[in-house]
Design a protein around this ligand. Structure first.
Ligand SMILES: [Zn+2]
Length: 268
């Protein structure tokens, strides 16, 4: 009898997988994963994620969010595609040099997945409009190339109680952390005050190789996808800072703590 039951179970599983694939072939390869399944896919389809930037980090983030079937993806940029972007900003391409990045990203993402809601905002992200841009969203991802924007993404997300991931890349190095407002350390808990104006070289001078942004952006996207699938904070970069050095392939995880005196999240 044991044999018979096992056979039935296998048959049932095969039938279920075939059914799921037939119903939703686009996501069939991830629906068969135990941590996703049909329920997980529905969670992703209901998810709303806002991404600041469609550049080196934003490209893999947005591609993978759209590919995974995140139901509502919003992104913000206010730049044009430049030929010097293309070593890393793979959402854009040579024929679209000179076009608005939001239009270029929209074109690429709609071609990848026309089944989800994709919303482009062509504007400068500033303290005046940050909350409007995050309104209605459930997760925020920083894919900017400057510290002002990173601090602002963190602050806005903490104030609006939206979980977020903040990342940064330069040359062969990257770092990243995720924030759970009211629970975990935030970006300012770790990095404190912004360095004075003019003390840091701009990214264009420091340089970046595309693979660094590609790798770190992919992990940023995975942080959001795992959050919606119900992974615990321990499985995500919460209260942990990931530092990656692609020269040596060193992946270093540093434990971080909430600063009770933090200007952004202290006392919350
Ligand atoms: Zn803080």
């Amino acid at each position: 009898m044991r044999h018979f039951n096992q056979g039935n179970e296998i048959l049932l599983n095969i039938t279920l997988v075939k059914y799921m694939v037939a119903m939703n072939p686009r996501y069939s390869r991830q629906i068969v994963i135990p941590e996703v399944g049909e329920e997980g896919q529905k969670k992703l389809q209901k998810a709303k994620v806002v991404v600041l930037g469609t550049g080196g980090l934003g490209s893999p983030i947005l591609y993978y969010l759209a590919a995974a079937g995140i139901g509502h993806v919003r992104f913000i940029d206010n730049d044009c595609v430049d030929i010097s972007n293309l070593n890393r900003q793979i959402l854009h391409d040579t024929p679209r040099v000179g076009k608005r990045k939001t239009d270029s990203a929209l074109q690429a993402l709609k071609a990848l997945n026309p089944e989800i809601k994709i919303e482009a905002i062509d504007a400068n992200f500033s303290p005046d409009n940050a909350k409007d841009m995050f309104k209605g969203m459930q997760y925020a991802i920083d894919a900017s190339d400057n510290l002002d924007a990173k601090f602002l993404v963190n602050e806005t997300a903490v104030q609006m109680r939206i979980p977020c991931t903040v990342g940064g890349v330069i040359r062969w190095d990257g770092q990243m952390m995720s924030v759970r407002p009211g629970k975990s350390a935030c970006y300012r808990c770790v990095f404190g005050e912004k360095p004075p104006e003019g003390t840091m070289q701009p990214p264009s001078k420091l340089g970046i190789i595309g693979i660094t942004a590609g790798l770190l952006g992919t992990i940023e996207a995975s942080e959001a996808i795992k959050y919606f699938l119900g992974f615990t904070d321990e499985g995500c970069l919460v209260n942990r800072l990931l530092m990656v050095d692609l020269r040596s392939l060193d992946f270093t995880m540093i434990g971080i703590k909430k600063n009770p005196k933090c200007k952004t999240c202290g006392g919350s």
